[in-house]
Design a protein around this ligand. Structure first.
Ligand SMILES: [Zn+2]
Length: 174
């Protein structure tokens, strides 16, 4: 029945046997209390790490949105293009339920713009532009020229918002 403790190597008999199979009483108590103390610390550290990552992602996103310029024009006034990248495009989809809402407010559509319609397309458009800016940033560009936005209705009550353009690196003309 005797064995050696996996922690301290001490001989373990029925009199000093720990809670766990291969530990002596001393090591069993020490490891259990260590777990009780460390578990909340680890959880807290994990939560802090997640919060920090989220904050960094938000900061990066805000930086990209504020820094990358997008224009439908082929150039920026006061800036010169020093590098062109391959054309990119990004698509954003709006989910189901959209068309039923759309047909419900179709008369509204004929007169003023439907609020539901413009809200949803604005969200999709903003998403597509955000994705375009992020992609351009990741390629090493700081602007997108010749941007074209269009939307189309796809199957399954989806609307697709697409934005395409040419990422470029621009600098101020001195
Ligand atoms: Zn031990």
């Amino acid at each position: 029945m005797a064995f050696t403790c996996r922690e301290c190597g001490k001989k373990v008999t029925i009199f000093n046997r720990g809670m766990e199979e291969d530990l002596c009483t001393d090591c069993s108590i020490r490891l259990t209390s260590k777990r009780i103390v460390e578990a909340p610390k680890e959880k807290e550290a994990e939560e802090l790490r997640i919060a920090k990552e989220a904050a960094e992602a938000a900061e990066r996103e805000a930086y990209i949105l504020n820094t990358i310029l997008v224009t439908t024009l082929p150039a920026f006034e006061g800036k010169k293009i020093i590098k062109y990248f391959d054309v990119i495009s990004e698509e954003s989809f709006i989910g189901t339920g959209f068309l039923s809402e759309l047909s419900a407010s179709i008369s509204d559509m004929l007169g003023t713009r439907s609020e539901a319609f413009s809200n949803k397309t604005n969200i999709a458009k903003a998403n597509a532009i955000k994705m375009l800016k992020t992609r351009a940033f990741e390629m090493g560009a700081n602007a997108v020229i010749g941007a074209e936005v269009e939307y189309m209705i796809t199957n399954y009550n989806m609307i697709m918002y697409s934005v395409a353009g040419t990422p470029v690196l621009v600098e101020e003309i001195e």
